[in-house]
Design a binder for this molecule. Sequence first.
Ligand SMILES: [Zn+2]
Ligand SMILES: [Zn+2]
Ligand SMILES: [Zn+2]
Length: 128
Amino acid sequence: MGHHPEVSTASTLRGRSVAPPVRVGATTVHGLLVDEQTRCEHYHGPLDVIALQFACCGRWYPCHLCHEQLAGHDARRWPTLQRDVEAVLCGVCGSLLRIDAYLEVSACPTCASGFNPGCRLHHDLYFD
Ligand SMILES: [Zn+2]
Ligand SMILES: [Zn+2]
Ligand SMILES: [Zn+2]
């Protein structure tokens, strides 16, 4: 009698300011993340499983929009001369790829997870 079931609030993490980083393997990824494989609020299809390290701050984000909304500074692209930097993270297995290696594959060399071919359309946002 008079015992109401508790009303659960589903909107606890709704606020945009709440963006706890996610840890994938040994890498901490910042961003408006929606899952543990670095899909983010902007790109969350089945193949959107990579995160990138940004040359400007050295931090990892799932996409340029996450960086733009959270970093508070302009993104800097990786210069052509630094294509040997391991700046790409596979969100599925946590392994790191060199930029030049990433640009040549359509799936993770370690776990074979497919990468979104649509990302190629905006490689120029990340790499010179
Ligand atoms: Zn930055
Ligand atoms: Zn994003
Ligand atoms: Zn992988």
